[in-house]
Design a protein around this ligand. Structure first.
Ligand code: MN
Ligand code: MN
Length: 295
């Protein structure tokens, strides 16, 4: 499969999975089952999850993927962000959708979706990332909601989810410009007007990533697990859920790798004033005069 073919295939599956998400996200649903169903749909379509499915609820903006044994369920009056990645041969389509049963949630969802549409219309080779951020901020402001200023979109490269340039959700960012042929995820996040408009790190991490390829000798349970992580995930983010086939001691060995800083932990990101957050996200391929929406 050629590079664009793999990317387009990933995008096609991402769209299909996203369309099915609202039907599995409703009050009473288990967060763990939502994540597992999304990941299974990706696998059933012949692709790989590029990272653990995020199920971030209410003021949790991002980076919550239910850990093994998670028993939490969705309550009424929720706003959930389901964020997932589809990978084909290392090429990644990153997308997210907000599902909610409240009026405030619907308003936030509309605002981020309209901000994303406007941002995508602005994308072309040579456009400054700050111009994209400015468009996002303007649309969100028009809806009377607040951008989350310290969450951004990002460039995507093969086997590299967060590569190079960031795409801000406010008029910020240095002179960086979008480049033809490059792939970017654009992802507006917003909270209500009386939110802080910023996330803070909260609660234990549920998503991890190996810093670099493991090349040392396998001389201990820790180094053996490092080698497996390196081979299995190619430096991409993973959930401890994806390690449970490796035997009963694996999660405690993994915990030691986290404590000693051998693997990177992504803390859960929560709105500073605990206000509800919505997100929309597309992956785009930048062209000379515009872009193709991959997702
Ligand atoms: Mn995403
Ligand atoms: Mn992303």
């Amino acid at each position: 499969m050629s590079a664009p073919e793999a990317l387009f295939r990933a995008g096609e599956v991402a769209r299909r999975v996203r369309a099915a998400v609202p039907s599995i996200v409703s009050p009473g649903a288990s967060l763990l089952q939502i994540a597992e169903k999304v990941e299974k749909m990706i696998l059933d379509n012949g692709c790989q999850p590029a990272f653990p499915c995020n199920v971030s609820v209410d003021s949790v903006a991002a980076h919550y993927s239910p850990p093994p044994g998670d028993t939490s369920t969705l309550h009424r009056n929720f706003i959930a962000k389901i964020d997932f990645g589809v990978m084909v041969d290392g090429y990644i389509a990153d997308t997210a959708v907000t599902v909610t049963d409240t009026a405030v949630g619907e308003m936030l969802k509309t605002a981020v979706e309209e901000a994303l549409k406007a941002a995508v219309r602005t994308v072309a080779a040579g456009v400054k990332v700050s111009a994209i951020g400015s468009v996002v901020q303007n649309v969100l402001t028009r809806y009377g909601v607040k951008p989350i200023r310290n969450l951004t979109g990002h460039e995507i490269q093969r086997y590299n989810l967060h590569a190079g340039v960031s795409i801000p959700n406010i008029a910020a960012g240095e002179g960086a410009k979008l480049q033809e042929g490059h792939v970017y995820a654009i992802e507006p996040f917003a909270t209500v007007a009386d939110g802080f408009g910023e996330v803070i790190e909260h609660r234990a991490a549920t998503i991890f990533r190996l810093w670099k390829t493991f090349s040392g000798p396998v001389s201990s349970p820790e180094s053996s697990l490092l080698k497996t992580l390196s081979e299995r995930f190619n430096g991409l983010p993973y959930s401890p859920r994806w390690l449970t086939d490796l035997g009963p001691d694996t999660l405690s060995i993994h915990q030691r790798l986290v404590k000693t800083g051998r693997v990177k932990a992504y803390p859960v990101l929560v709105e500073r004033l605990n206000k509800p957050v919505a997100q929309a996200e597309h992956t785009v391929l930048v062209e000379k005069d515009g872009c193709t929406i991959i997702t």
